[in-house]
Design a protein around this ligand. Structure first.
Ligand code: NAI
Ligand code: MG
Length: 353
């Protein structure tokens, strides 16, 4: 029997609540589909920071390296630890150490969920570059706090970095409707984004079966709202992808549904799977967080591990639950608890086979 070692990092706030019950959904799926999931839980969080002065131990990355995947709840508790500390002490080091250069986010409006748009269907896979671009961290400030102060933040686009993310976009398009939207702003940014367009054109020759369209980021942002059915896979830089995926999450019904995979497609290191939302201090501790985003992220993890049937079954079960409109957390207008929603997904899974 195949067996996978998963590092669980529940983190803070609702991260701990949604991860625990999502894990039981994955365990149920593993039993039904004939593979084993082994887990080890790492308490790295803001609580851990307050006790130990760091978000994870010095050898934290080395501890994680032995796992097949990392499954994360959410990290951050701004009232006690600044976000700059919690983010830079845990999430960013993991993404960087394992070169998780793909941030993949499926945005689909599930049956039974009312999004803000009138358009009936919404199904876009966003592929965001996760390691360089506008968030490279290159820059500086001089003449601080004087009238001559200057702040410079440089975008860094490398051929290796741009090629590999666009190539991944083409590969994903091949698994879907064979349509790739490449996002730039090459009318205004004449170096980096013109370069991005050139790389897209070069790769397009290798994927004659995929229809590529270039969009400027402002135009595609509008298109998400007005003509989402014309989009299939969208590949974008770090900043543009960040913004577009928030639009995608909003249209699919909000943070309760938005799942995210941080991938190194070459493998050999653990990829990381998480909901898009944070620790939600405003509702933490009440057991009412929507677990569906985290369960969906778990499905992305199983898919990445090669358990596609189990992954599809979980997504189908999530949708069976939303379609019935019975068991819903308060963010969807219901009164169910986190645990009740997860149990409903488990029941739907059981009813499948
Ligand atoms: P947030 O995503 O935690 O919450 C935003 C709003 O959405 C809140 O009103 C919250 O109650 C609601 N919400 C979020 N997830 C929900 C769910 N599953 N079910 C029902 N309602 C949900 O964003 P916020 O408040 O800006 O950040 C809180 C903390 O989380 C901060 O420390 C932030 O840095 C951190 N954060 C961590 C992330 C991560 O671990 N990847 C991602 C985003 C934020
Ligand atoms: Mg964002």
């Amino acid at each position: 029997m195949k067996s996978y070692k998963i590092a669980l990092i529940p983190g803070d706030g609702i991260g701990t609540e949604v991860l625990a019950c999502s894990w039981s959904v994955l365990t149920e799926a593993s039993e039904r589909f004939g593979f084993r999931l082994e887990s080890q839980t790492f308490p790295w969080s803001c609580d851990y920071y307050l006790q130990n002065g760091r978000m994870m131990p010095d050898d934290g990355i080395e501890q994680l390296r032995a796992f097949d995947s990392i499954y994360l709840g959410a990290v951050g508790w701004p009232a006690r630890v600044p976000d700059s500390v919690s983010l830079h002490g845990l999430l960013l080091p993991i993404r960087k150490a394992f070169d998780l250069y793909v941030n993949s986010r499926p945005h689909r409006l599930l049956d039974g969920v009312e999004g803000p748009l009138r358009a009936g269907s919404f199904d876009i896979l966003c592929i965001r570059e996760n390691t360089e671009g506008e968030y490279s961290g290159a820059g500086g400030r001089v003449h601080m706090a004087t009238p001559n102060e200057v702040a410079v933040e440089t975008s860094v686009f490398t051929r290796r970095g741009v090629e590999r993310i666009i190539r991944y976009g083409f590969e994903m398009a091949r698994t879907r409707k064979r349509r790739l939207a490449s996002v730039t702003k090459s009318n205004a940014q004449k170096y980096s984004m013109v370069f991005w367009d050139e790389v897209t054109d070069t790769l397009a020759a290798e994927y004659p079966d995929v229809e590529v369209t270039r969009y400027h980021v402002d135009a595609i942002a509008a298109r998400f709202v007005t003509h989402p059915q014309t989009l299939d896979v969208v590949v974008a830089s770090n900043l543009f992808g960040d913004i577009l995926t928030d639009i995608g999450a909003a249209i699919q019904g909000g943070l309760g549904f938005a799942a995210s995979a941080n991938l190194n497609p070459e493998g050999g290191v653990p990829s990381m799977f998480e909901p898009v939302h944070g620790s939600a201090p405003d509702i933490a501790g009440r057991g009412i967080a929507n677990p569906l985003a985290t369960i969906w992220a778990g499905a992305l993890m199983l898919e990445h591990l090669g358990e596609a049937s189990a992954a599809q079954a979980i997504v189908k079960s999530i949708e069976d639950v939303t379609r019935q409109r019975l068991v819903r957390t308060p963010d969807l207008g219901g009164q169910a608890t986190t645990e009740e929603v997860a149990q409903a997904v488990i029941a739907a899974l059981a009813a499948l086979a």
